[in-house]
Ligand binder design. Structure first.
Ligand code: SAH
Length: 336
């Protein structure tokens, strides 16, 4: 619930408005029960305990990368399901990568999150709890969020929008939209809907191939919205929000990493100011696809740059702790 909604509910209970603010602040600090809200009178704490539940996440596993300090958390949800959150430390701040669903139904050929399909959507409070608890457990302030963990955020549209309002609230985590990135496999109608909300977040689109033939091999979603339709949606998004979309491109050996693919990508993106974020594929043993070699990545980058497309290669963080999408939850599912 947003502060205004808590205030409304409390009004019906005959409680003064400032009590709502107190409760919202406590929730933002990650308390697991009303009993801990020490500035509320004892009888009120007991009354709230009887009326509401705080469905907090509990930690199942925490791994810290010896290489770069990246932290990965496996959380248990109130119904026994689990999701992952990753904390990445950068010079400019600490970014939390959160999951938006338990599993995923998008079926991308290289991704571990989608192997068992989608179990359920995450509630707004569960996504908020990923941010709050990761901050508490790591002991560092969270300054940015990327919705790039398990799940397709635009396939859980309303809950994700409500989560954004919660985490953006000045009385709560107060994380500005410009410090939030949302990554999508490219659900065109949802991209249009998002554009209509005029949020100042960064939209990343998982392109992974410049042409329908290659993209369909990697991403079943391409059968519903081909590359042209997706690309047009990104243009509309820019026209309506003034925010340029960035494209993610995971380099898969022998599939989308040839000079021909680079040239097709250049033809599509040249002169548009679009930014490409190349990702070295994280090898997922179940998936059988391999990352492109260093030489191939370098050659691909050069071809894009020579063609006038701006490109960065994403730093690999946490590769020693299974920090890629869905790997930890997958490992947990395999255990007896
Ligand atoms: N469903 C959303 C967000 C979650 S995935 C989306 O598709 O964008 C976050 C990013 O990780 C996506 O770009 C996804 O394609 C990529 N990804 C998934 N599995 C990967 C792997 N094994 N190696 C590298 N990137 C991967």
């Amino acid at each position: 619930m947003l502060p205004g909604q808590i205030a409304e509910a409390f009004r019906d209970l005959g409680l003064p408005a400032y009590r709502a603010g107190q409760v919202f602040r406590w929730l933002g600090r990650g308390v697991g029960s009303f009993g801990e809200m020490s500035d509320l009178p004892l009888d009120l704490r007991q009354r709230l305990e009887g009326l509401y539940a705080i469905p907090a996440l509990s930690m199942l596993r925490r791994q810290v990368s010896a290489r770069d300090g990246t932290e990965k958390y496996l959380w248990r949800l109130p119904d026994g399901e689990s999701v992952e959150t990753v904390l990445m430390r950068y010079k400019h701040g600490n970014t939390v990568c959160i999951s938006s669903q338990v599993g995923c139904r998008m079926g991308c050929a290289f991704c571990a999150s989608t192997i068992g399909g989608k179990i359920r959507d995450l509630a707004p409070s569960e996504m908020l709890d990923e941010v709050v608890r990761t901050g508490l457990a790591s002991g560092v302030p969270v300054t940015g969020i990327v919705l790039m963990g398990i799940g397709e955020p635009l396939d859980n549209f309303d809950n994700v929008m409500r989560f954004l309002a919660l985490v953006n609230d000045p009385a709560g985590a107060n994380i500005g939209m410009r410090h939030i990135s949302l990554s999508t496999c490219g659900l065109v109608e949802a991209i249009d809907k998002l554009a209509g909300l005029h949020l100042q977040l960064t939209l990343s689109v998982s392109l992974h191939a410049p042409d329908d033939e290659t993209r369909s091999r990697l991403m079943p979603v391409n059968a519903a919205y081909g590359v042209d339709a997706l690309y047009d949606a990104c243009q509309r998004y820019f026209d309506r929000t003034g925010r340029r979309v960035s494209f993610e491109y995971a380099m898969v050996k022998g599939v989308n990493d040839t000079p021909r693919h680079a040239d097709m990508l250049v033809r599509r993106l040249r002169g548009t100011g679009a930014h490409v974020n190349l990702i070295r594929l994280n090898y997922v043993s179940e998936r059988g696809l391999e990352p492109s070699g260093e030489q191939t990545v370098r050659a691909f980058v050069k071809r894009l740059e020579d063609g006038g497309v701006t490109v960065t290669v994403r730093r690999r963080l946490g590769s020693d702790i299974d920090a890629a999408c869905g790997q930890l939850r997958r490992g947990q599912m395999r255990e007896p």
